[in-house]
Design a binder for this molecule. Structure first.
Ligand code: 5AD
Ligand code: FES
Length: 345
């Protein structure tokens, strides 16, 4: 098994069969080995720096009904909210004072948030914070909308493809959603010039090793600047309520595989990983992740953005999350840095 890991580090890829062996035959010792290799590669590329991004959850209203997601349209049991432009700008102001130089505006596909409004919000942030990176994570939009946001000053876009396999995509999403359309969005984003992020949930219902291999090969071809990988965690008000969660081990194995394949990519230790295990984010950093994303959303709305059960950080002020993460990052030997951390592949 170690020979595949050494080969992966050297050649940055494996054959599907070798990936299959690695994904199915990875015991505790092999996992330690690949985590260490991945950490070394991250260290060579970034030193011991970990980048920090301020996450602002701007709306939990969504027109989609993804079976895994707690803010799906079909969940009548959550209180819906949408931040005003002033509130978003206020989160940015707080974040800027705390040292954040990247703001991530994330939200559901909220029909009431028009492209005009999003464009205007981006333009205002761009105007007030010319030195900051603006990342959007607002789902599938038309190419024209993506172009407008880009011209208004957005630099990056996060859109996980969730799964490359069409049949698996069908198992995770209702018929009106299309995996093809999502991949087209990613192609558009790249072409427009966004630093683009994609990724998957690990252990989502119906996911097989073969699916994961397809995802690995898709991401290899797309060459995204950011790769978001977190465990699937069930939400009690979704059709997947009873499903088991994705494991920390499988998640950090994949983090390491992606780090070895994409040495320069920005790979977060996700909130979902920190929810699955109290030391999950630290384990992610030790497996090659190099980004953390503390929450800058207003505390009164945090609890309402619950994509999965028991999400951490829902009661903590931005400043508390910032300090908490700083200490966590330090505890495993890394240093939090405040620069934008742009990546050019
Ligand atoms: N568990 C883990 N991750 C989830 N996401 C959505 N719902 C869940 C869940 N139940 C992830 C999706 C989405 C990102 C914003 O959050 O991958 O792209
Ligand atoms: Fe939010 Fe620890 S990162 S409280």
């Amino acid at each position: 098994m170690k020979q595949w890991i050494d080969k992966l580090r050297q050649e940055r890829t494996l054959t599907p069969e070798e990936f299959r062996q690695l994904l199915t035959g990875c015991d505790a010792e092999i996992l330690r080995y690949i985590n260490k290799q991945a950490q070394e590669v991250a260290l060579l590329h970034f030193g011991n720096k970990i980048y920090i991004r301020g996450l602002i959850e701007i709306s939990n209203c969504c027109r989609n009904n993804c079976y895994y997601c707690g803010i799906r349209k079909g969940n009548p049991n959550i209180e819906r909210y949408r931040l005003s432009r002033e509130s978003i700008l206020n989160c940015c102001k707080q974040g800027y004072e705390l040292g954040f130089r990247t703001f991530v505006l994330q939200g559901g596909e909220d029909p009431a948030l028009t492209n005009d409004q999003i464009e205007m919000t981006v333009a205002r942030i761009r105007q007030e914070y010319p030195d900051c990176a603006i990342t959007l994570s607002l789902g599938e939009k038309s190419r024209e909308a993506y172009e407008r946001f880009f011209r208004a000053g957005a630099n990056r876009y996060l859109l996980r493809h969730e799964t490359y396999n069409e049949l698996h995509y069908r198992q995770l999403h209702p018929a009106e959603m299309s995996g093809k359309r999502r991949l087209q969005c990613l192609a558009d984003l790249k072409e427009i010039g966004y630093q683009t992020g994609t990724g998957i949930m690990v252990g989502s219902p119906g996911q097989t090793v073969e699916h994961i291999i397809e995802d690995i090969l898709f991401i290899e071809k797309l060459r995204p600047e950011m790769i978001g990988i977190g465990p699937f965690l069930p939400h009690h008000d979704t059709p997947f309520a009873g499903h088991p969660n994705g494991t920390v081990e499988q998640t950090i194995l994949l983090l390491s595989i992606f780090r070895l394949m994409h040495p320069a990519a920005l790979i977060p230790a996700t909130t979902a990983l920190g929810t699955a295990d109290p030391k999950g984010r630290e384990k992610g950093l030790l497996a090659g992740a190099n980004v953390v994303m503390p929450n800058l959303s207003p505390v009164k709305d945090r609890k309402k953005y619950e994509l999965y059960d028991n999400k951490i950080c829902t009661g903590d002020e931005a400043a508390e999350c910032r300090v908490c993460l700083k200490n966590r990052v330090k505890s495993v030997g890394f240093e939090l840095v405040e620069d934008r951390g742009d990546v050019a592949l």
